[in-house]
Ligand binder design. Structure first.
Ligand SMILES: *C/C=C(C)/C=C/C=C(C)/C=C/C1=C(C)CCCC1(C)C
Length: 273
């Protein structure tokens, strides 16, 4: 306590905590806005609520832990905190869209617009995170960044058009599947790009912790990201299962944002020991 303002590390930590508190206070009116009480049987609403809390906790954790890792990992920790922080902000609205419609009608409404605005910000941030890992592996190029970035935008825009059309009462369900195919093509391209032979080879020559981060990234894109198209598939078309779509999206966000950030943190701590 006596040296928290003197010691360089303590000062930086104090700054991080201060920033977290300031962000929290500024956000308070929206977070604590008049809210519909969650119905006791609203399981999807409960998953929204859990995700909201987890995103906030992760953000504070990544910001504070940033001080305990080596310099070269600090930017990765910052980006991880931005991803969960932006998601937390949107979850406070998404859960409200869902829970209020469920409480009124017994049927939850998908917060499509908030969801996609969130993804449009957090997915490119994750691409930055991937780029930092690929740079540590020694294979990052500007072209690669541009391609991954471009493909992720195509994927999301296609998903948005498909979902915005879903359940609109017009019987042109085929369009949802066409947009799905466009999104899948972009996703498969991303998988291909990070699994190139030259990338895998270069990764094998790096430190243990860099390899851990690299494999975490591949696992996230291959398995974590795959949950989203499954949710989309179940939640659009003739007989859309909106509960399944939102539950899967919420779980996927926890895996891809919180758990991925934790893996980055673990690699960073291992490397900084
Ligand atoms: C933090 C949010 C993340 C990591 C969101 C990722 C979203 C996807 C990987 C979405 C993928 C989709 C397809 C592959 C096909 C079209 C439908 C989407 C947009 C759900």
């Amino acid at each position: 306590m006596d040296n928290i303002l003197v010691n360089k590390n303590g000062k930086a930590r104090g700054l991080a905590i201060g920033t977290s508190i300031a962000v929290g206070v500024v956000m308070l009116p929206t977070v604590a806005a008049e809210t519909t009480a969650l119905a006791t049987n609203d399981w999807v609403g409960i998953s929204f609520w859990i995700a909201t809390a987890a995103m906030l906790a992760s953000t504070v954790f990544f910001l504070v832990e940033r001080q305990n890792v080596g310099d070269k990992w600090k930017t990765s920790m910052t980006v991880a905190a931005l991803v969960t922080g932006v998601a937390w902000y949107h979850y406070t609205y998404m859960r409200e869209v869902w829970a209020s419609s469920y409480a009124e009608t017994g049927i939850g409404v998908s917060p499509v617009v908030y969801r996609y605005i969130d993804w449009l910000i957090t997915v490119p941030l994750q691409i930055v995170e991937f780029y930092l890992i690929l740079a540590a592996v020694g294979v990052a190029t500007a072209a690669m960044f541009r391609n991954l970035f471009g493909a992720s935008i195509v994927m999301l825009v296609a998903g948005f058009f498909g979902e915005a059309m879903s359940g609109d009462g017009q019987t042109f369900d085929g369009m949802e599947m066409i947009w799905f195919a466009v999104g899948m093509a972009a996703y498969i391209y991303i998988l291909f790009e990070i699994n190139r032979g030259s990338v895998l080879e270069a990764a094998m020559t790096t430190s243990e912790s860099t390899q851990f981060a690299f494999n975490a990234m591949r696992g996230i894109v291959t398995i974590g990201w795959l949950i989203y198209p499954i949710g989309y598939f179940l939640g659009t078309g003739d007989d859309p299962d909106t509960d399944a779509l939102n539950t899967l999206y919420n779980i996927a966000d926890l895996v891809n944002k919180t758990a991925f950030g934790m893996m980055i943190w673990y690699a960073a701590v291992k490397d900084s020991e």
